[in-house]
Design a protein around this ligand. Sequence first.
Ligand code: ADP
Ligand code: NI
Length: 220
Amino acid sequence: MVAMMHPNERIERTRQAMEAFFNDETSGHDWAHVERVWKNAQLIVQHAPSVNREHIELAALLHDRYDRKLVPDQAAAKAWVRNWLHTLGLNALQVEAILYTIDAVSYQEGKNPIQPQTLEDKIVQDADRLDAIGAIGIARTFAFSGAHHRPIYSGEPIPEARGTFLPSMHPDTAIAHFYEKLLLIADNLHTPEAQAIASKRHAFMEAFLAQFYAEWNGER
Ligand code: ADP
Ligand code: NI
């Protein structure tokens, strides 16, 4: 039986394991994404002193480890995460709470049946969503589209107002993804810190799209 590990050691071991795991992923779920989500979470935690910091950091570091887009066998990957957390010395209650946070992070076109409940769940979800918007979010969208051999844009009509986008009427272009996800994020965050960061990133995306359409139409 090893001596009880310090929370910082559990976090550091998990950080190292995830850096090694995600190192050669290039479709938008690389280690740099996970590290930014982890940093975003730490930033938000500074304003929420009563939360369980270790829970949040471990969930942020592990949040994409059993994403079904990334692993061939999601159940096996989730079992790996459960075992990893037990091996670090966390009890079953703590482990299942972290797994719930991870399960509630996922976006799934806004239709994830597992919704965040605790502030820990909400902070990790906000941290992940911040990385889907702004300059980084734009870059990830085009990287994902390219990795899936999809066009940048196909001249499809631009939705007039938020919420009027119907994916069924749109081709799978990078630009269409802004209307199905990126532009909806700022209004759907939980914490004031994430909302403040998101409003600047949102304005940047609006400016990007305006310039994009102007160039597409040969106006600028
Ligand atoms: P996250 O890890 O942020 O939860 P996802 O797993 O949904 O994000 O997707 C990874 C990245 O690829 C995100 O930046 C997301 O916006 C982008 N992405 C997801 N689906 C599409 C799509 N259909 N077209 C373009 N980009 C996409
Ligand atoms: Ni993620």
